[in-house]
Ligand binder design. Structure first.
Ligand code: FAD
Ligand code: SF4
Length: 462
């Protein structure tokens, strides 16, 4: 008998006042009792619409049925047959726009907490004292190189390894995981979880070489000369955008990417760090996406008063609702319908204020959102000593400029066939943010999966 309660079991969370002063995880996860109760809300629909909303096609009703029975190991088997990073996806996927947006329970009330259940199952498995033995697939003798260890590269590598390929991942940073380790902060996605998921892939035989920048240490052409038969490019979109307004080169202006990378990877907030980050006391974060929320919430945890400056209104904020709510609970102020005009510096070339202008909303633009229009005579200054630009990123041109015959679009995204991830260059495939520009973890994973299947077909027919 299904549990017909209309709302989801709430997620236990750290108290907002406490968590604004630490980097520990905000959401604490379901207990087994909560998970079973939530799983009983699933109607086990025959046509399971939820699955159509999942880019890696997790068999959602089947795994939830196992949770409802209390058989968490079987649930884990079902999830990991299509998703190699369940603890990550359960935490950061925008489920409300994907699987949960299709759930029939969402018509009258809240959808089933699919993401929360996925997280529960993955965490249960991770915390088990006796681990299942990892199956190491037998090698088929064919070598494939993967560029980048973000979700696209890791998924492609994991799927190819399961098919028997010898896979080597080349990663520019000293740590593997892409944005999962250098972008998304610890309080949303603990780094130990990413490390454990990567260890699982390594145990399966995926080889990862860190501090290796393809295009500098070795080009894609040289990888083929080394004997790789196909290359997958999952190098992400790490090049930050700026507004090109006066004052962006002052001390105390950061791109969100640099700010977050320094905090997440280099622990730059610690006094004893080799590359300490400036501790702004009054910080403005420009932008309204997930990256802006992450940067603002990190700055808050470093003790600053933080303002988010966004040129449209609250209903146009592109960040996940949950992140906006969390930011507000933690004391972050939202300066909506506001755009920066310039950043002002003191006599030491450090930021001391930001000149802003109020905006109003006009007719919808090409993106479908109402266009912000400046309000004449509404300029004013806000006192800040640090500005973080979170305006989006684009793919780095390094690989394109060092790989013969690789075509990219106007925004620098590698051009691929959608159904296969095949690029203009024979035996070279690509996916994730390197193709689409900044998107989501699960869409990058979906692209990695598609390419792995296509690479297998290409090499099998060769
Ligand atoms: P990446 O994760 O960027 O990984 C690419 C990897 O390639 C990096 O490790 C990079 O160092 C490496 N690399 C680059 N060039 C080279 C080279 N030449 N040689 C070798 N290695 C190279 N998505 C969500 O779904 N939910 C969220 O909550 C969310 N929050 C986000 C928060 C932040 C702060 C950011 C920045 C992004 C967020 N995203 C979120 C987006 C999501 O993280 C990305 O869409 C996703 O990580 C893209 O995966 P990818 O594998 O294509 O690229
Ligand atoms: Fe369960 Fe909702 Fe999926 Fe139906 S749509 S199977 S109720 S999660």
């Amino acid at each position: 008998m299904a549990n017909m309660r209309l709302d989801k079991n709430p997620m236990p969370e750290q108290d907002p006042v406490l968590r604004a002063g630490n980097f520990d995880e905000v959401a604490l996860g379901y207990t087994p009792e909560m998970a079973i109760d939530e799983a009983k809300r699933c109607l086990n629909c025959k046509n399971s619409l939820c699955r159509t909303g999942c880019p890696v096609k997790v068999r959602i009703p089947q795994f939830i049925a196992k949770v409802a029975e209390g058989d968490f190991d079987a649930a884990y088997e079902i999830i990991t047959s299509t998703n190699s990073l369940p603890a990550v996806c359960g935490r950061v996927c925008p489920q409300e726009k994907q699987c949960e947006s299709k759930c029939v329970r969402g018509i009258k009330g809240e959808s089933v907490g699919i993401g929360r259940l996925e997280r529960f199952v993955a965490d249960y498995h991770m915390n088990k004292e006796v681990k299942d033995e990892v199956k190491v697939p037998e090698s088929n003798g064919h070598r494939i190189a993967v560029v980048g260890s973000g979700p696209a590269g890791l998924t492609c590598a994991g799927d190819l390894r399961k098919m028997g390929y010898d896979v080597t991942v080349y990663e520019a940073f000293h740590k593997s995981g892409g944005v999962l380790v250098y972008g998304i902060p610890q309080f949303r996605l603990p780094k130990e979880i990413v490390a454990k998921e990567i260890d699982n892939l390594k145990a399966m035989g995926v080889n990862i070489i860190n501090n290796a920048i393809v295009g500098k240490s070795e080009t894609v052409d040289e990888l083929f000369a080394d004997g790789y038969e196909a290359v997958f490019i999952g190098s992400g979109a790490g090049l930050p955008m700026f507004m090109n307004i006066p004052g962006e080169n002052l001390k105390g202006v950061y791109s969100a990417n640099e700010f977050l990378t320094r905090i997440n990877l280099m622990k730059a907030y610690r006094e004893d760090s080799d590359t300490p980050i400036m501790h702004g006391k009054h910080v403005a974060v420009v932008g309204g996406g997930n990256v802006a929320m992450d940067a603002a919430r990190c700055a808050r945890r470093l003790g600053a008063e933080v303002k988010i400056v966004y040129r449209r209104s609250e209903s146009e904020l592109p960040a996940r609702r949950e992140e906006v709510e969390h930011a507000k609970e933690e004391g972050i102020e939202f300066c909506l319908l506001t755009t920066p005009l310039s950043i002002k510096g003191d006599d030491k070339f450090s930021v001391c204020a930001m000149n802003c202008q109020k905006m109003e909303l006009g007719e919808p633009d090409a993106s479908g959102r109402r266009r912000p229009i400046p309000v004449d005579g509404s300029e004013y200054d806000i006192d800040v000593d640090c500005v973080i630009m979170a305006l989006g990123t684009s793919p780095n041109p390094l690989i394109k400029s060092t790989t013969k015959g690789l075509e990219v679009n106007r925004k620098g995204g590698i051009i691929v066939e959608e159904a296969t991830g095949k690029t203009s260059r024979d035996a070279v495939y690509a996916g994730g943010d390197a193709v689409t520009g900044a998107a989501t973890v699960i869409s990058a994973m979906g692209a990695g999966k598609t390419a792995a299947k296509a690479i297998d077909e290409y090499l099998s027919n060769k």
